[in-house]
Design a protein around this ligand. Structure first.
Ligand code: TYD
Ligand code: MG
Length: 458
């Protein structure tokens, strides 16, 4: 047999390199490269006389395959992110920071499925059975049927899973604690995590259960992050949130069976995660009117409109280089907006530190937030509050012009639903969004250029 080749794999992003280095060239993390031995074996079909190569069957694009069947978990926020429920024999990776609530979420989802009459297996490599039972009591789930075990040895787990041929869901918490004897490296290493995931995925595909893997996101390089598994699984979900806030957001990153940009919103309470059906009301709950530097953004998360408050604080910094500190938005985009406001609207902001915060701990990724951020900046600079009954959305171009964004109607509808009376949005262009319907209770303030916005606020 050929000598096995050594490669080095980054435990944070999964990139593979022929040589070791202190820093991963792909993701920039330090001390994350670890050795991986790859046997140099030829694919079976290429070896002389190894086996008779079979013929694969080719088909055309016509013809319709039925959509995959779904098993709803009955937790609506969870099902939405999955694309309508669990797909049998699919593999879902749930990543997130330690302590964010992954175990809680999956225990609740498993229990809900159990109550709906499905067989659920929950295997924890992190906590003892007693600890999980204690949590179940706190969550009021002790009556939900479930097969619970604490185990980390993969051989034992696979052999035991065969007892449950009808299992609808198997939860593995977490994949980083699993290890297989066949692989000669420590649990949590890239090689172990991949090998364990591979075996579990194979079991899911042959036995037909949906598999949920918990993966901790870690900054340290000694545990492989969930990214090294992303290409192996069907669905990747991130459970995110700020531990200082009670909101938790389940975000679809990859989904072979549905849309990827959906979110599910939860609130961490004393008795577990509760669903938040109306996130806008929650994100705006603590808003105080009549303060400068605040503007409400009518945003979109997947197919869902979400209203959030953008807050800006300007602090004078006459000497040195001013600070730009951003939480919940893209700092590059803030710099661009500041430059546009300075050069196109004559706003003087260079002598100020700028702090920007998306209230409630949500991360906004849309360029549509430009107009709301600009409104908050203008309001802070002029010390005039924006109208408390107005929402803002629209993308800003480099010359200060406003550009249309997707789903204008949906944003307007949500704003009207929450009692807002006016919406500042990009000017409608003939042929484009000219024909959108505007809710009766809402006045549309059309903005062609950022200077118009200055006129409205300051
Ligand atoms: P956990 O699900 O253990 O996180 P993970 O599996 O992602 O590491 O959740 C841990 C945190 O959640 C813990 O700090 C306590 C908090 N929590 C509550 O606030 N309420 C609850 O009902 C439960 C079970 C946990
Ligand atoms: Mg956990």
């Amino acid at each position: 047999m050929a000598k096995p080749a050594k490669t080095y794999v980054c435990s944070a992003c999964g990139s593979v390199f022929p040589k070791w280095a202190g820093r991963c060239e792909a993701c920039g993390e330090w001390n994350t490269l670890e050795e991986q031995i790859v046997p140099k074996a030829l694919p079976g079909g290429l070896k002389d006389g190894a086996r008779q190569a079979g013929k694969i069957e080719f088909v055309g694009l016509e013809g319709i395959s039925p959509p995959p069947p779904r098993v709803p978990t009955t937790i609506a926020e969870f099902d939405r992110v999955l694309g309508g429920g669990l797909v049998p024999a699919s593999v879902v990776l749930v990543g997130g920071d330690p302590g964010i609530g992954k175990s809680t979420l999956l225990l609740q989802a498993g229990a809900a499925l159990g109550r709906a009459g499905r067989e659920v297996v929950y295997i924890s490599g992190e906590e003892s059975v007693d600890q999980i039972r204690l949590r179940a009591r706190r969550l009021g789930l002790t009556q939900s049927p479930m097969h619970l075990a604490a185990a980390t040895q993969l051989g034992d787990i696979l052999a035991s899973l065969a007892q449950f041929p009808k299992a609808a869901l198997v939860v593995i918490d977490s994949i980083q604690t699993m290890w297989t004897e066949g692989v000669d490296s420590a649990p949590g290493s890239v090689t172990q995590v991949r090998a364990a995931a591979f075996e579990l995925i194979r079991a899911a595909k042959t036995q037909g259960f949906a598999l949920m893997l918990v993966g901790h996101v870690t900054k340290e390089g000694n545990i492989a992050g969930p990214r090294v598994l992303e290409h192996m699984v069907d669905v990747v979900l991130h459970f995110e949130g700020d531990r200082g806030h009670q909101f938790r957001i389940l975000r679809g990153i990859k989904n072979r069976f549905g849309a990827t940009d959906e979110i599910g919103v939860f609130e961490m309470t004393g008795s577990g995660l509760s669903e938040v059906a109306n996130p806008s009301a929650l994100f705006l709950a603590e808003r105080r009117g009549n303060v400068s530097g605040s503007a409400v953004f009518a945003g979109l998360e997947g197919s869902r409109p979400v209203l959030v408050e953008i807050q800006v604080l300007l602090a004078p910094n006459p000497g040195g280089s001013p600070r730009r500190s951003v939480i919940g938005w893209d700092s590059g985009r803030l710099s661009m907006l500041l430059a546009v406001l300075e050069t196109r609207c004559g706003l003087k902001l260079a002598m100020n530190d700028v702090y920007l915060n998306v209230a409630g701990g949500l991360r906004v990724g849309e360029p549509a937030a430009d107009l709301a951020v600009a409104a908050a900046l203008i309001s802070a600079a002029s010390d005039v509050p924006t109208s408390p009954e107005m929402v803002f959305f629209g993308e800003v171009g480099l010359s200060g012009e406003l550009r249309q964004v997707a789903q204008t109607e949906l944003r307007l509808k949500e704003a009207a639903k929450l009692g807002f009376a006016r919406a500042a949005a990009p000017k409608r262009v003939a042929g484009g969004t000219a024909k959108i319907s505007v809710p009766k209770s809402l006045g549309l303030v059309e903005i062609g250029h950022l200077t118009d916005l200055v006129g409205i606020i300051a």
